[in-house]
Design a protein around this ligand. Structure first.
Ligand SMILES: Cc1cc2nc3c(=O)[nH]c(=O)nc-3n(C[C@H](O)[C@H](O)[C@H](O)COP(=O)(O)O)c2cc1C
Length: 371
């Protein structure tokens, strides 16, 4: 199949995708990106118009920026959107309306930052950060470990957020289980040293996420798509690993798939990197092979530099050739695009229309504007 492909064809990116639960017009997903444009946690008209522009320009599925569940220590900035309270949910309902009118699909990324929050961070100055063992990503003790009752409250808050997402018309949810935030703090042995049922080996450390997924599933019923985003890397710890081998990855993924994840969003910084030795498969490729579930890949699509370095970037459409070949070969099903779509709302339309000379580059300063 790949020998016959026309090197310049982008057709594979624009074929519809369906899981049975989720129908998407094409394979392009807007990656979740925190923007900090929601004062007091409320996404306004400007945020709705920002997402609408991506849908108008052909993004198949939008994953919103991380939006925090109803827990006092879930956020670490007063400008990150809430996913609770009448005003914030009203703002999100308007975002959904705008995106749907433009023909797009949209799911919120449900987020709790765990121990990446520092004591005294806004919006709730008094709220103490929480984490499985009270340890931050460096393994330093910051607070007391969560009690089982406290864990139960957080799990219930995820379930409530999922119920609200379905009620206000979202097309599914994504659970942010990546990058060293709360769910990932349960996955990672540096931050999870518990000796109860939420700790133990890698499979046991999925227990919290499993209960979050089950709580969301109970809240939304069997037909509402649940996406789980996970990563090996953590914010500031790019070499961190949950799984060192395909066998370990399988131990990690099996309980999560069994709990009811429909799609895995496998967060890497460079999609072309093999995840393990002796195979070219990337993390999304391995995850699809091991679970049989559809996967989303991500990481420097259309860019010439990886996430986590500080210099500017040029749009680099030639790099799409290897991505498209992997997509055609079935290594993964969907492709999330972050910075390229942040800087250029028309990225998808320009790629489809071969207007690559018109692409706008991402610069670190691009994050200061809702293009
Ligand atoms: C400004 C910015 C904010 C981000 N915020 C989030 C977030 O809220 N949740 C998340 O899972 N990833 C977040 N990410 C990571 C992106 O979703 C994506 O995985 C990363 O940028 C790599 O994709 P890219 O190379 O196409 O940009 C963020 C990235 C950027 C640049």
């Amino acid at each position: 199949m790949s020998d016959a492909r026309n090197e310049n064809s982008v057709e594979a990116l624009f074929k519809p995708f369906t899981t049975g639960k989720l129908q998407v017009a094409n394979r392009i997903v807007m990656a979740p990106m925190t923007r900090g444009f929601s004062p007091n946690g409320v996404p306004g008209e400007d945020v709705a118009a920002y997402y609408r522009r991506r849908a108008e320009n052909g993004v198949g599925l939008i994953v919103t920026e991380g939006t925090v569940i109803n827990h006092p220590a879930a956020a670490a900035s007063p400008n990150w959107p809430h996913f609770h309270g009448e005003e914030a949910l009203g703002g999100w309902s308007n975002v959904v309306k705008e995106v749907h009118e433009a023909g797009g699909k949209i799911i919120p990324q449900l987020w709790h930052v765990g121990l990446t929050r520092k004591p005294g961070d806004l919006p709730n100055l008094e709220a103490s950060p929480i984490g499985p063992s009270g340890l931050n990503l460096s393994g330093e003790k910051i607070t007391e470990p969560l009690t089982e009752n406290e864990i139960g409250d957080v799990i219930a808050a995820y379930g409530q957020a999922a119920a609200d997402a379905a009620r206000i018309g979202f097309d599914g949810i994504e659970l942010h289980g990546a990058h060293g935030y709360l769910i990932d703090q349960f996955f990672w042995d540096v931050t999870n040293q518990r000796s109860d049922r939420y700790g133990g080996d890698l499979a046991a450390r999925t227990r919290f996420a499993v209960e979050v997924i089950q709580s969301c599933r109970r809240a939304v019923g069997p037909d509402f798509p649940i996406v789980l985003r996970f990563s090996q890397w953590k914010a500031g710890y790019y070499e961190a690993k949950l799984a060192e081998s395909p066998q370990q990855l399988e131990q990690f993924l099996t309980p999560l798939a069994d709990a009811g994840v429909d799609v895995f969003h496998c967060s890497t910084r460079r999609y072309w990197e093999p995840e393990f030795q002796d195979s070219d498969l990337n993390l999304a490729g391995w995850t699809k092979k091991l679970t049989g579930k559809p996967t989303i890949t991500v990481g420097s699509v259309g860019l010439d530099n990886e996430f986590g370095s500080s210099r500017g970037y040029n749009a680099h459409p030639a790099a799409l050739n290897s991505l498209i070949e992997r997509l055609e070969n079935g290594e993964f099903d969907l492709v999330a695009v972050g910075r390229a779509v942040l800087a250029d709302p028309a990225w998808t339309a320009k790629i489809r229309g071969k207007r690559t000379d018109e692409l706008l580059s991402f610069e670190p300063s691009s994050t200061q504007t809702l293009y």
